[in-house]
Structures are given as C-alpha cells and as structure tokens.
Design a protein around this ligand. Structure first.
Ligand code: RB5
Length: 150
C-alpha cells in the first residue's frame, strides 16, 4: 500500500516515528511535510493528503496535528475523503471496516509514539468489509457530500 503522511507543526513530533512504522510494516510512504516545528496551517497539509488520495497516487493517508481534529475537519471537506480522529485501536480499524475511512487523523499533543504506531498499524491492516449495510451507509455519506440529501 502507498500511504501519504503529512502534519502541521503540532503534529511534527510524531511524524518521523509514524513514517518509520509504516515503512517497517512494508508499505511505501509519501512524506508530504511539514518538515519542522515552524508554524504552518493544518488545512494546507490536509489538502496535500486529500489530493494524493483523490488523484490515486496513494491508497490511504495519515494526518497529524495537535489534536487530530483540525486536520480531520479539513480533510473531510474534500470529495471522497473519509477521515477519523482515532485514539483507540478499535476505532482505528473499525473506521476502515465499517466507514471505509481512507485517512487516519492523530493528535501529537494527545497520544505518544507507541500508541500512535499501534493505531497506524491497526488502520493500515484493516479492510472495508463491503457488507451491504456499510456500503449503503457510506453511500449516504457520499450523497451528503454531493449536497444531495434526498
Ligand atoms: C496548532 O496549534 C493546532 O491548533 C493544530 O495542530 C490542531 O491541533 C488543530 O486541530
């Protein structure tokens, strides 16, 4: 799998360990920055990951900011992007299995490197079940995205 990783300054302390974790698990990583603790705006990095997924350059994305929340909000504004802030392993894999999540958002001010690595591995191992009820629900989310709530 090819995985895009990006962060803002709040997420930067976790980025390197996450990149390493993904590589060690046998995946390819596209590192989209930021590359220092100098302040940047998290939507700019959410867009980089979202575009890489939309263009088919990567299969999934990891976004890291201070809390994970801003990055997830920004990413979820993009067509076809389904991002969740998951700071427990159950949500990290269920977000993919049930909700077909393609982005995991993490907060470097909330969790430490060991938990972050476990969450990333749980997220990457998970596959969408494709069960009818989940397909139906994800498709209703896509309707919302198109502004079609009927
Ligand atoms: C940056 O200070 C912080 O606001 C950002 O990383 C993020 O936590 C927003 O949700």
């Amino acid at each position: 799998m090819n995985v895009a990783v990006a962060c803002d300054h709040g997420g930067f302390p976790l980025k390197e360990i996450i990149v390493e974790t993904i590589r060690r698990a046998g995946h390819d990583v596209t590192d989209l920055g930021t590359d220092s603790s100098d302040p940047v705006d998290y939507p700019d990095y959410a867009v980089k990951v979202g575009r890489a997924i939309q263009n088919g350059e990567v299969d999934r994305g990891i976004l890291i900011c201070g809390s994970g929340v801003g990055a997830a909000i920004a990413a979820n504004k993009m067509r076809g992007i389904r991002a969740g802030v998951c700071h427990d392993t159950y949500s990290a894999h269920q977000s993919v299995e049930h909700d077909d999540a393609n982005v995991l958002a993490l907060g470097a001010r909330i969790i430490g490197p060991e938990l972050a690595s476990e969450l990333v591995l749980a997220f990457l191992k998970a596959r969408f079940t494709g069960e009818e009820r989940h397909v139906r629900r994800v498709s209703k989310v896509a309707d919302l995205e198109r502004g079609d709530q009927g």
